[in-house]
Ligand binder design. Structure first.
Ligand SMILES: [Zn+2]
Length: 458
């Protein structure tokens, strides 16, 4: 057995895209020990493979598929492999994913389809792109120089977003973070500068939790969809953080101002990637902090923010499949019990926030407890289970989020917010309107959470 096979040396990917965005040519060169196999991340990508060759000793020899991979036999350090992929066929294989978008001169297509994996995997991967004049590339990977990137290992583990072609891009700096905002069309009546301002405002809300934007670099892709509202939004962590936002081309000022999707997605970045079985934590977190941080920013009145939370809790309590929250979370993608999981998670956030603020001491608030994530748990290549993350930021002697989760994760009924509402002095009428008046009992807690009391001028 060749001991070198155990550890694959650095791999350099050189990508080339043609002007019509039909073909993606990839050359992979093995600086050290070559990999034994090469395979696409998505099985559908085989259909789009137009050819594969080994380059050794000045010869170009075709490589063939055997089973689920291409075997790389007899390659040495310094040898290369070339792959020719049909981009349109890949886009058609990826159709249905919200981050797939094709229009004249532009193609959004996840690296999950065109970045091939090696086996064993290399610890070090780098990439360069050679693009035709006027065409750009947008990937979430860390930049190492002009057109050069490091490909983090998470690129082969987790979902990610990317785009090629002629697109509008600008860098926005928000509280220590750089957002590369790539707008993949010129389709909106409201105009692209307004879309950038919208992203900036959402980023400022996300940065309010901790006074800093949660990641150093973020790729934001904006794609057009029909309609007059913000459609789907999603965060991906593969190869670095990226956010996709679908925006209706007929969206107007009012709708954009009231949007919760962009702040929700960007707020997610304050937590590291959490296992897909635990959406109660990461969705509950973004669902709770979206109205809270927008209220602190002055984008939403505290009255509206409390009513929005109350409305969500009622909807969450009235939906779901009757499972305990832990099981409801794990099954959410099959049952679509989104409201239940998102809002039960948000209820645990509010409950823990109020308990921590009432207890005083350390951490003293949910902001402070989750702010510990910054110090302990922001390695962009590490994923967490909810349990491990709560353990890492636990405040063992305080009524913290882990304590709230411990009480309610295995309960079938919606978390009981009675004592929490009482502490906050929250009262609502049957129509969901907040009856609490400025200065009513609980004002200090309400101000601590939302920045000011109901109906106080900002
Ligand atoms: Zn979310």
């Amino acid at each position: 057995m060749n001991p070198q096979q155990a550890e694959v040396g650095p791999i350099n990917f050189a990508f080339r895209v043609d002007a019509s965005l039909q073909r993606l040519h990839a050359r992979l060169c093995f600086e050290g020990a070559p990999a034994a196999w090469l395979k696409p991340q998505a099985n559908e990508a085989w259909r789009a493979l137009k050819g594969a060759w080994a380059l050794r000793g000045g010869q170009r020899e075709p490589l063939t598929r055997s089973g689920g991979a291409i075997a790389l036999v007899g390659l040495k350090a310094g040898d290369c492999v070339e792959l020719e992929q049909d981009l349109r066929a890949l886009a058609s294989a990826a159709r249905g994913r919200p981050d797939t978008f094709a229009a004249e001169g532009v193609l959004a297509l996840s690296p999950d389809y065109w970045l091939w994996a090696t086996s064993p995997q290399s610890a070090s991967m780098r990439a360069t792109f050679e693009m035709p004049e006027g065409l750009g590339v947008a990937v979430p990977w860390p930049v190492e120089g002009a057109g050069a990137y490091r490909i983090p290992p998470s690129a082969l583990r987790w979902r990610s977003h990317a785009a090629f072609g002629r697109f509008d891009e600008a860098t926005i700096e928000v509280a220590g973070g750089r957002l590369r905002v790539v707008i993949l069309a010129d389709a909106w009546a409201i105009g692209r500068p307004r879309l950038r301002a919208w992203v900036q405002q959402a980023a400022e809300a996300a940065a309010l939790l901790d006074g800093r934007f949660p990641v150093d670099d973020l790729l934001v892709l904006i794609t057009p969809v029909g309609g007059d509202e913000v459609g789907f939004g999603t965060v991906a962590r593969g190869g670095g953080p990226s956010v996709l936002l679908e925006v209706g081309v007929d969206i107007d000022e009012r709708e954009l101002e009231g949007d919760w999707v962009a702040p929700h997605e960007l707020i997610h970045l304050n937590l590291p990637r959490i296992d897909g079985a635990d959406p109660w934590l990461y969705e509950g977190f973004a669902t709770y902090y979206e109205p809270v941080l927008r209220a602190r920013m002055g984008d939403l009145s505290p009255r509206r923010a409390w009513e929005r939370l109350h409305d969500g809790f009622l909807r969450g309590a009235g939906s779901g499949t009757g499972r305990a929250l832990r099981d409801e979370s794990a099954a959410m993608m099959e049952t679509y019990a989104f409201w239940r999981v998102y809002w039960a998670g948000a209820a645990l956030m509010l409950m823990a926030d109020v308990s921590l603020r009432q207890a005083g001491g350390d951490p003293g608030s949910l902001d402070a407890q989750l702010g510990r994530v910054r110090a302990c748990c922001q390695d962009p290549d590490r994923g967490w289970t909810a349990e491990a993350l709560l353990e890492a930021v636990a405040a063992p002697d305080a009524p913290d989020l882990r304590a709230a989760a411990g009480r309610w994760l295995d309960a079938r009924r919606f978390p009981d917010l009675g004592a929490t509402y009482e502490a906050l002095g929250l009262r609502f009428d049957a129509g969901g309107r907040l009856l609490t008046r400025p200065g009513d009992p609980g004002a200090a807690l309400r101000i601590a959470i939302m920045g000011r009391d109901v109906d106080e001028a900002p």
